[in-house]
Each structure stands twice: as structure tokens, then as C-alpha cells.
Design a protein around this ligand. Structure first.
Ligand code: CTP
Ligand code: CA
Length: 224
């Protein structure tokens, strides 16, 4: 029995993880998206499940397989992702890994927008999407542990800490997603873990290993 609880230290704990990009429709056949593969978020969901957590993975459109032992809720748009996440509260831990589109098209067209040669191309009017991490970080049913990512291409540490504070997170994993790093879409990641009273640089490792190490942090923090 002691062995069982050591192997499944998150038994009885509920986790919410977001992963992947969101797709924001322009019209029925076109959308705005980003280069997120979902690999890191899916790996984190799987690592938490392996330790016994009841995990709901709210995922945008990805081509990778569902992780084992996890309930997957598929969404397309940021607003759908927000609704799906809030429907899962209360929870013990939330890890927001999705590359949520920051903007949606203000009023997506109901029919395919037709090309009109020689005329000015149609403008895209954008609206800001809800910040899901910030909403959860300040929610009345806030999970005990709220973790986010910070995708940066410059000033990684400083921007990561600003996000930690603004969003009400306990930890931010900040990474440099500049194309030259190969992190966006790749299998490896190099993150800086930023906490309320300090930060540490994790060495570059596989996204699965980042997930395992983060899951160990979740075990430690939820047992405090
Ligand atoms: N996030 C979110 N909802 C959004 C935007 C971001 O939940 N609408 C979450 C991401 O999942 C991530 C964290 O917030 O955990 C930081 O995302 P990021 O894109 O790096 O930061 P933003 O606050 O969107 O700022 P910017 O893109 O301008 O750097
Ligand atoms: Ca963003």
C-alpha cells in the first residue's frame, strides 16, 4: 500500500491542462492560428495522470495522439477553451500550456469571403480574446496551484515575471520560442522556472522530461 501511494502521489487530485493552439475563424474555411504542436501540454497532462491525478486536457486542434489516461476535451476557439476550462473548476492544479490566440476576428463571416480582383483586400478587424490563465489565477475557485508558460522571443526572464504577477500564477515556465531555438513544434524545450521568490534555469531536455520534472514540482507543492 505504501508503494501504491508513492507511485501515485497525485491520487485524488484533479488537474486541468490546456494545450495546443487555438483556431480563430475568419470565415467557414479560413482561420488564424499559431505554430504550437501541443507536445508540451500533452506531455504534462500525461505526466500528471501517470502520478495518479484525474486530468482533464482541454486541447486546441493538434495532430498528435491523445495522451493515455486523460480525459480530453477538444475545442477550437479561445472562448471555447475558456468555457471548457471554467467548467472543470474546482480543481487542485491548473497548468495552462496552450498557445491561446491573443485575438479573434471581431465578426467572422458566415460565408466564404470572395476574392474581388482589383479591389482593396478585406481588412481583418480583431478583438482581444479572454486570458484564460489570468481568469483562473484570479477566480473565486482558484486551484491551489496555478502554473502558466511564457512564450517569449526576447527579455525572457523579465517578461516571464511580469506574467507571473499579472496573471496571478504561482509559477511560470518561460521559454524562448524564437524560430532559431526550434522549441515551437520541436521535441525539446529549455525553460526558466519562475516562482514568487526566485527562479531557476532548467537545462535543455525533451518535452517529456520537462513534463516529468514539472509533475514532481506539482507533487511537492500540493503536499505542502
Ligand atoms: N494564456 C491564456 N489565455 C490567453 C493568452 C495566454 O491562458 N488568452 C496563457 C498561456 O497558456 C500561457 C500564458 O498565458 O500559460 C502566457 O501566454 P503568452 O502568450 O506567453 O502571454 P500573453 O499574456 O498572451 O502575452 P504576449 O503574447 O503578448 O506575450
Ligand atoms: Ca499570447
Amino acid at each position: 500500500e505504501a508503494m501504491l501511494s508513492e507511485a501515485r502521489p497525485l491520487a485524488g487530485k484533479k488537474a486541468i491542462v490546456t494545450s495546443g493552439p487555438t483556431h480563430e475563424p475568419i470565415d467557414p474555411v479560413r482561420y488564424i492560428a499559431n505554430r504550437s504542436s501541443g507536445k508540451q501540454g500533452h506531455a504534462i497532462a500525461q505526466a500528471l495522470a501517470r502520478l495518479g491525478a484525474e486530468v482533464t486536457l482541454v486541447s486546441g486542434p493538434v495532430t498528435i495522439p491523445d495522451p493515455a489516461g486523460v480525459r480530453v476535451v477538444r475545442v477550437e476557439r479561445a472562448e471555447e477553451m475558456r468555457d471548457a476550462v471554467l467548467a472543470e473548476l474546482p480543481a487542485d492544479v491548473a497548468v495552462m500550456v496552450a498557445a491561446v490566440a491573443d485575438w479573434r476576428v471581431a465578426s467572422a463571416a458566415g460565408n466564404k469571403i470572395k476574392k474581388r480582383p482589383g479591389e482593396t483586400p478585406p481588412p481583418l478587424q480583431l478583438s482581444e480574446n479572454p486570458d484564460i490563465l489570468k481568469t483562473v489565477g484570479h477566480h473565486a475557485s482558484r486551484p491551489k496551484l496555478v502554473i502558466g508558460f511564457a512564450a517569449e522571443t526576447e527579455n525572457v526572464a523579465e517578461n516571464g515575471r511580469t506574467k507571473l504577477e499579472k496573471k496571478g500564477a504561482d509559477y511560470i515556465l518561460a521559454n524562448d520560442v524564437s524560430p532559431a531555438t526550434g522549441i515551437m513544434g520541436g521535441d525539446r524545450n529549455r525553460v526558466k522556472l519562475i516562482g514568487r521568490d526566485g527562479s531557476e534555469d532548467w537545462p535543455e531536455m525533451g518535452k517529456d522530461d520537462v513534463a516529468t520534472r514539472l509533475a514532481a514540482l506539482v507533487v511537492a507543492k500540493l503536499s505542502e
